[in-house]
Ligand binder design. Structure first.
Ligand SMILES: Cc1ncc(COP(=O)(O)O)c(C=O)c1O
Length: 506
């Protein structure tokens, strides 16, 4: 007999099972077949530690007698438990509780029921970024700079395109397969970029928002020997991607027109000396994030020449070019890129809503293929139903109609906020600001701590972004600027929010 086994008779298992069957009956489980009631009862007895690993069970015949049941019913119950791994049948010796019990979600999974297992300790190999404590959208006055007004989105109309996508589905695309993007959407994006951004002859890759593209590009193009040149004030989620690939960030000085080409040249030389060469430049040339200024053509050309001379790629993040109010926005750097080193990135997060998670790259064919291959390690596809619906929306002309409408609304909101800010400037609450030619936010100078204002505002149910959130290093932070988004709220809310923000001492 097995050393671990105890005489079954001491346990009086049949009596125990009778009790368990009765309990299960009380719990309304009697509707189950008899053999399942018996297997349930026996499983519970094992889970609760009343019968231990390696203990021998009474024979089917004996149990049948005691439980006033049929031997075949008991055998069926045993078979059920064998299949689940609770008991084992040993040739010519009978049935035993399994040596190792199946994993279950209670503390009774251990062989010794009273022993508390030590909680598992996770060993993280990557650093992560703290998630939002409270999301900007939960504030009554949400001045987050990149927030579109989602309530303006034509959901009803868009539903029609989702319906079309589902009623006349493209079956081949819905299956596993090519991960570059839904062909119909790629065609629409190509056509849109040709007309709106003068971009031709580029491969389009659809991604789960810009963030996925930034992650994939970082991991394809960078490692811990490399550096990335970034705007001294910029978009931290992009920086987090570069850092996640091991790269170091090099903040390049900027002024009221954007990145300074001379500072870029100096940084490239310095990094070459440090044996951490700059491999990538990340730029927001149209509406610089967060200052909203547009990088002049001469600087764009200078930066391009420097990048080309040192074989450095440029990521051009053209995240909200649709919203430009004064004139046609400057064409992107990617539209004048003879060497194919500019990686153009844009998103539907501002045109539609961030939850759509659709972005796209327009880039060189060799890099496009590598991006598609790499992103397939992360995910097989971007939601095909969403891509198909957007393609139908774009093709119908409703997309451009909505863009025209929402751009007009955002322009009115910008003008409204500018007007109000001039009033607060006259009262001395605002020092200065530049009227942005486009985008969704205004960069405003104060005469006191921006961080303190932000902290105070949050207690008053107002969300805004302060300078320190955009600075690549704490030394760059003058703590005097805030960024107020005007697109996400109507004029009434903007007015009330500004009143609450600037009409009180904090
Ligand atoms: C500079 C910049 N790039 C890209 C995005 C959009 O990112 P995603 O497409 O991942 O939503 C934003 C959104 O705020 C942004 O500010």
């Amino acid at each position: 007999m097995n050393k671990m086994a105890r005489p079954v008779k001491q346990l009086n298992l049949p009596q125990l099972l009778q009790q368990q069957v009765a309990n299960h009956a009380d719990n309304g489980l009697l509707k189950k077949a008899k053999y399942l009631q018996i297997s349930d009862a026996l499983r519970t007895a094992i889970k609760n530690g009343l019968v231990k690993s390696n203990e021998q069970l009474p024979s089917a015949r004996q149990l049948a007698l005691e439980l006033l049941s049929n031997r075949h019913t008991i055998m069926a119950a045993f078979d059920e438990l064998i299949a689940e791994g609770w008991i084992e049948s040993k040739q010519r010796r009978g049935y035993f509780v399994a040596d190792v019990l199946p994993v279950i979600s209670s503390q009774h999974t251990t062989k010794c029921p009273n022993e508390q297992p030590e909680h598992f300790t996770w060993q993280f190999r990557k650093k992560t970024v703290q998630r939002y404590q409270r999301s900007a959208a939960d504030y009554r006055y949400n001045f987050a700079g990149g927030t579109p007004d989602i309530s303006l989105f034509p959901f009803k109309e868009f539903k029609g395109f989702v319906n079309d996508a589902l009623s006349r589905p493209d079956l081949a695309s819905l299956n596993y397969g090519d991960n570059a993007g839904h062909p119909a959407l790629i065609e629409q994006i190509s056509c849109y970029l040709r007309r709106a951004r003068a971009l031709n002859n580029r491969k389009i890759v659809v991604v789960n928002g810009s963030q996925e593209a930034l992650y994939v590009l970082s991991h394809l193009l960078l490692d811990d020997q490399d550096s990335v040149a970034i705007e001294a004030m910029g978009y931290a989620p992009a920086w987090n991607s570069f850092k996640s690939a091991g790269a170091s960030l090099v903040a390049i000085a900027q002024d009221d027109k954007g990145m300074l080409p001379d500072s870029l040249s100096q940084a490239i030389e310095q990094q070459n000396k440090n044996s951490k060469p700059i491999k990538l430049i990340y730029l927001t040339p149209l509406h610089q994030y967060p200052t909203t200024v547009t990088l002049p053509i001469a600087r764009r050309q200078a930066i391009y020449r420097i990048a080309s001379a040192h074989n450095i790629a440029i990521i051009e993040d053209d995240y909200d070019h649709e919203f430009h109010y004064r004139c046609q926005p400057l064409a992107p750097m990617a539209s004048d890129d003879p060497r194919g080193l500019v990686i153009y990135l844009s998103t539907f997060s501002k045109i539609m809503f961030p939850g759509a998670r659709i972005g796209f790259l327009a880039l060189d064919a060799t890099l496009a293929e590598a991006v598609v291959n790499y992103k397939t390690i992360i995910n097989h596809k971007v939601s095909v139903v969403m891509q198909d619906a957007i393609a139908r929306w774009m093709q119908s002309g409703a997309f451009e109609r909505y863009l025209r409408k929402v751009t007009k609304t955002y322009q009115q909101r910008r003008d409204f906020m500018v007007n109000k800010l001039h009033q607060y400037q006259r009262k001395g609450r605002v020092i200065s600001f530049t009227i942005p030619d486009g985008g969704m936010a205004i960069w405003i100078q104060l005469d006191h701590s921006a961080k303190q204002l932000k902290d105070w505002a949050e207690k008053k149910d107002i969300y805004l972004q302060a300078e320190h959130q955009f600075c690549a290093t704490p030394q760059l932070n003058d703590d005097r600027f805030i960024r107020l988004g005007f697109a996400g709220m109507d004029c009434n809310l903007i007015e009330k929010g500004l009143e609450r923000l600037f009409n009180h001492e904090f």
